[in-house]
Design a protein around this ligand. Structure first.
Ligand code: 5CA
Length: 441
């Protein structure tokens, strides 16, 4: 992409309405624009990152055996009356009427609808296990939308729903999601700690939140310090095998959100020097709730014994749009965002320090063509801005590499390659820089 033809409305001023760094940087880097309280337009740069994050989450869901579909944003109120949640959900639910006075709602989550789809088609244990997921906009009329995409009213969620014959099967499904979540967050450059959590309006008796530690987090959390550095199991686990030991390793150490915190247990189980009390951002939340929806909505399957029983369910959410804020909170400096390689909106920036200079233009065009062909998705700054402004914009938008090409260097056969994360610069020939960069592709 040529910057001269892109739409990147960066802000010079620091927006005063933004209280936390990720919100400020997303506004300044021209990623999002607030259209109403908690409702954002995703500008091209932000939209590119959203798609990258979504793709990482998708790949890890697919790896764990979940199957993607897409449900609508609008749902019939009658469906929610079947589970009893239409009245129970309260003012967070956006209720809508169509021209026939039919009651609809903008979905805050999809347990009811997925149960309706399941019961329409699946009748036998032979179709199980099944895990269906989608990525869709949700609406919750939050009392205090704030911190940009962190707590929006309209936000983008990945939600998965598992169906199993019995509790043992449902636990295996839960464990698969537990591991898939750790892997997805690790790929996004995040250290996410699973913590025992309250189930709130989703319900059920087993639940973990995945928390990224950050000073600006909305939740107070308590955990054993070792959990933060434990790392993810990686993609090569036996997804059909027994994942319980991997889960147990992470759930046997104390970790709880404020609502579930037991100070006496915390002090008993965690040595004083390992006690971590911190703020955290909830990036994912998984629930096992058994028959909470399948019983009232009569989603039953016939078991091997010929008996019908309500299917055992769990649901698994990731705040995809919130993740952008969490990644920025975890990875930025005074100059701007530092995107982890896998989710950067462009693979690198090519900075032309003197557009119009034939030698520099030629070198830049060569670099741009070679890097594009290698699939690196370069953003080529071919604009006539001052050099200082170009560097500031590149640092602000946080692409992993900057390839800087100017008249002096070009005369000497040299370019400069800068790693955004470390600030390290290296002078080398254009050929060497291109082969270094394309080797990473
Ligand atoms: N049905 C379940 C799981 S699919 C569910 O809705 N869980 S949830 O309420 O915990 O939401 C899942 C994830 O969505 C949360 O972990 C959080 O990362 C994200 N999320 C929830 N509310 C918001 C919000 N207002 N703005 C941005 N992200 C949100």
């Amino acid at each position: 992409m040529r910057l001269s033809r892109f739409f990147l409305p960066v802000l010079k001023e620091t927006p005063t309405e933004a209280q936390i760094v990720s919100h400020r940087l997303m506004l300044r880097a021209g990623m999002i624009r607030q259209e109403a309280a908690g409702i954002y337009a995703w500008l091209p740069l932000g939209f590119r990152v959203l798609k990258k994050v979504e793709q990482v989450v998708r790949e890890e869901m697919d790896r764990a055996g979940a199957i993607e579909l897409l449900m609508p944003t609008l749902q019939l109120a009658d469906l929610w009356r079947e589970s009893g949640r239409y009245d129970a959900y309260g003012p967070e639910m956006l209720r809508i009427k169509d021209r026939h006075e039919r009651e609809l709602l903008y979905g805050p989550t999809n347990e009811e609808m997925i149960t309706e789809i399941f019961r329409a088609y699946v009748k036998s244990y032979k179709s199980l296990p099944l895990n269906l997921y989608h990525m869709q906009w949700k609406f919750r009329d939050e009392q205090r939308p704030r911190f940009g995409v962190m707590r929006g009213r309209e936000f983008y969620m990945k939600d998965a729903y598992s169906f199993d014959l019995d509790e043992a099967g449902a636990r295996r499904a839960y464990n698969r999601m537990f591991i898939a979540y750790l892997n997805a967050f690790a790929r996004l450059g995040l250290k996410a700690v699973p913590m025992r959590a309250d189930t709130g309006p989703i319900g059920g008796d087993l639940s973990h939140e995945f928390i990224v530690l950050a000073e600006t987090g909305e939740s107070q959390v308590f955990c054993h310090g070792d959990l933060v550095e434990m790392g993810a199991p990686g993609p090569d686990v036996d997804w059909d095998g027994d994942l319980q030991p991997l889960v147990d390793r992470r759930t046997s150490l104390y970790a709880a959100t404020e609502e579930m915190h037991d100070p006496a247990r915390f002090e008993r189980e965690v040595p004083a020097d390992r006690r971590l009390s911190a703020r955290g951002i909830e990036v994912g939340h998984i629930f096992y709730f058994g028959e909470k929806y399948s019983a009232p909505m009569r989603a039953v399957v016939t078991g091997p014994d010929g008996q019908d029983r309500p299917v055992q369910m769990g649901s698994y959410g990731i705040g995809v749009s919130r993740l952008l804020g969490a990644i920025i909170e975890a990875s930025h400096d005074a100059a701007g965002v530092i995107w982890p390689d896998g989710v950067a909106p462009f693979g690198l920036g090519v900075v032309n320090l003197k557009p119009g200079d034939p030698a520099v233009d030629t070198a830049c065009e060569r670099a741009y063509a070679a890097l594009s062909a290698a699939g690196l998705e370069p953003l080529y700054d071919d604009t006539f801005e001052r050099a200082g402004a170009k560097f500031a914009t590149m640092d602000l938008i946080g692409l992993p590499w900057q390839l800087v090409i100017g008249p002096k260097g070009t005369a000497a056969g040299e370019v400069e390659l800068k790693r955004r994360a470390t600030g390290q610069r290296e002078t080398l020939s254009l050929e060497a820089a291109l082969s270094r960069l394309t080797a990473k592709a």
